[in-house]
Every structure is written in C-alpha cells, then in structure tokens.
Write a protein that binds this ligand. Structure first.
Ligand code: COA
Length: 184
C-alpha cells in the first residue's frame, strides 16, 4: 500500500455528506453512438458512466481522482438513438484515498411518454491523487438517508470481496511460480 501524499494523522478532514457530490449527467444518443445492431454501443454508455463517476469523485475529494477499477457494469435494456440518457452517480463509500462511486443509468425513450427506465448500473473505485499521481487522503463520506446507509454497507461488502479476490489470486500466482509451474 502506497504511503499517502498528505500523510498526517493530526490532519483529520471533515466528512462530506453524500448529497454534496451527487450528480446527474444527461445526454441524447445520436447515430454516431450505435453498434452494428443499430442500438447504442456499450462502450459509449461506459464512457458516460466513467465521466459521471469521475466528476463525483473529483467533487467529493476536492481535486483530481483516477479510475482504479470498474466493477459489475450491468446492461439491463438496450438504449436507442434519440433516447435521453441520465447517468446518476454518488459516492457510496470512502476509504483512505479511495472512493466507491455507484452509478445508475436511466433512459427516457424518445418515442414514448413513459417514465425514465433503468437500463444499467455500475460500481467504480476512484483513487484521489496529487499532481504527481500519488494517492492522497479523501474526506469520509457521510451517508444521509437510509438508502445511502444501505449503499455504504453494500460497498463495504464489495470492498472486502475485491481485496480477498486480489489476495487469493496473488497467492495462487506466487505458489505456482515457486513450484515452477508458470513459465516466464
Ligand atoms: C489507482 C492508483 C492511483 C493506485 O496507486 P497505488 O500506488 O497502487 O496505491 P495504493 O495501493 O495505496 O492504492 C490507493 C487506493 O486505491 C485502491 N485501489 C488500488 N487499486 C485498486 C483496484 N484495482 N481496485 C480497487 N481499489 C483499488 C487501494 O485499495 C487504496 O485504497 P485506500 O487508500 O482507500 O485503502 C494507481 O494504480 C494508478 O494511477 N492507476 C492508473 C489510474 C488511471 O490511469 N486510470 C485511468 C484508466 S485509463
């Protein structure tokens, strides 16, 4: 684990409520966004998700933040040309220098009067960094509603699983390498 850029235990930052950094990014899909089937390309949605989550992470941490990982990107329904897509993002959980941002993607169909429909979701981990790209401490997020508290608890579960999975894979690779099973 990297030593933080502003490592000073005396310097406790004040927490920030979830609503301070929550955002919605809206975008109308056009013909340049389509895949070969004529619906919107998943990569276009992923870019919007990363943009919205990055804006939230930057706002929460008060400076630059980089994407460390993107988990569980789920596409529930196709998005079509002309749909108005809303990407809602908020900080679910904060660690020392990292933040989990939860993103929900909704589409207002251009040819229907029905309410916006959820078409996707994702969880991203961002690390706040200084000018040298070194991780720096982030303010703790303060969940405000019961839904925010549930999202915080769920994010803690995902964090525990991410760390356990990384550790298990690292140990397996080290073991196989020590046994000479994996070539250079
Ligand atoms: C993300 C990055 C800053 C981490 O730096 P590092 O030197 O490995 O530092 P650390 O191991 O201390 O990790 C910093 C934090 O990020 C978290 N983190 C790092 N890699 C992670 C991953 N793959 N998944 C989830 N969290 C991760 C760590 O758990 C740590 O969190 P904490 O401080 O809250 O405990 C560094 O790997 C990086 O710059 N990556 C490239 C980012 C980038 O360019 N993104 C755009 C993609 S095109």
């Amino acid at each position: 684990m990297t030593e933080l850029a502003t490592e000073n235990p005396e310097e406790e930052q004040a927490g920030k409520p979830t609503s301070v950094s929550r955002i919605t990014l809206s975008h109308i899909m056009t013909a340049v966004d389509t895949n070969l089937l004529g619906t919107v390309h998943g990569g276009v949605i992923m870019k919007l998700v990363d943009d919205a989550a990055g804006a939230v992470a930057g706002r929460h941490s008060g400076g630059p933040a980089v994407t460390a990982s993107m988990d569980e990107m789920v596409f529930l329904e196709p998005v079509r040309i002309g749909d108005l897509v809303h990407v809602r993002a908020q900080v679910n959980w904060t660690g020392r220098s990292s933040m989990e941002v939860g993103v929900r993607v909704l589409a207002e169909r251009w040819n229907e009067s029905s309410p916006a429909q959820q078409v996707g979701s994702a969880y991203l981990v961002f690390a706040a960094v200084d000018e040298q790209g070194k991780p720096r401490r982030v303010p703790q997020v303060v969940p405000e509603t019961e839904q925010d508290k549930r999202r915080y608890q769920e994010a803690q579960i995902r964090r525990t699983h991410r760390l356990a999975r990384r550790r298990a894979i690292k140990e397996l690779r080290e073991r196989r390498s020590a046994e000479g099973l994996d070539g250079a």
